[in-house]
Write a protein that binds this ligand. Structure first.
Ligand code: GLP
Length: 258
């Protein structure tokens, strides 16, 4: 894992958006795996700025989102469809024909999940998967004890996650079921880019980076990935025991690795 520690949440967003912008500029037909949540919201704001100010062109990209609630209408303000529309898709020149969110309705949800996996493969696989991390170490909606080989499927949320995601539901119950890409699906992306900020993430981050590989911390599966970049602010990095080492690596990074 490459661990990059920057001073504040805004710096996390700028660094992550820089990586995505360079990918899209160099490969206009890139396939992006996208995530939702407050951490990635700031990344999207930076990408929208890059589109507006520097004409970063999204017209040929293909996107696949990580997860979505089952049984929530797409227009519900707390749905991930609505989130993506509000923060990215509705603000850049993306071609809606190449936008994919996991299926959440229909009679054969399991079959639709398999089709979602086939669609990822047909697009050539994901070049870069953007990720946040849950306080319990989840990736997408792969809650603790998710199989590290899992594929896109239905999951049941923990009460911790339902509580954390309550905002936006305005007093309504947070759905219990979701569809999420599996850990195995995520690990097939050619580059995984995870962002985290704030003290509430410090424990999950330390367990992901320095703890044992375990299904109890689904994000620890990124230890298996040959190219995982973790961008953290100081608060989210606070419990990493090798923090100084990660800084030294970044300070001394050879030019050919930049
Ligand atoms: C949700 C999403 C995850 C995301 C997590 C953290 O549970 N399904 O993909 O990583 O929230 O979100 P936030 O950045 O808001 O803390």
């Amino acid at each position: 894992m490459e661990v990059i520690v920057v001073p504040a949440a805004q710096d996390v967003a700028m660094a992550a958006a820089g990586i995505i912008s360079r990918l899209v500029a160099g490969k206009p037909g890139a396939v992006l795996g996208l995530a939702t949540g407050a951490s990635v919201e700031r990344v999207y704001a930076e990408l929208v700025l890059a589109h507006q100010k520097h004409a970063l062109d999204f017209s040929r990209i293909t996107t696949f989102n990580l997860d979505e609630y089952v049984g929530l209408s797409r227009s519900h303000p707390a749905s991930f469809h609505a989130f993506m529309e509000k923060h990215l898709l509705g603000r850049v020149n993306v071609d809606r024909k190449r936008v994919h969110l996991p299926p959440t309705d229909g009679d054969d949800l399991a079959g639709s999940c398999e089709q979602f996996e086939r669609d990822i493969r047909a697009a050539g696989g994901i070049d870069l998967q953007l990720l946040g991390i849950g306080r319990d170490g989840h990736l997408g909606f792969n809650e603790p004890t998710s199989s590290l080989a899992s594929r896109t499927r239905i999951k049941t949320l923990t009460s911790v996650t339902r509580e954390a995601n309550r905002a936006g539901f305005g007093g309504e119950e947070v759905p219990l079921h979701v569809v999420t890409m599996g850990i195995g699906t995520i690990l097939e992306a050619r580059h995984c880019l995870l962002v985290a900020d704030g003290p509430a993430k410090a424990d999950a981050v330390a367990r992901m980076v320095e703890g044992p590989l375990t299904a109890m911390v689904p994000a620890s599966a990124l230890q298996l990935h040959p190219r995982a970049t973790i961008i953290l602010d100081e608060a989210a990095a606070a419990r990493l025991s090798l923090r100084d080492y990660y800084r030294e690596v970044q300070r001394n990074k050879p030019d050919w690795q930049r």
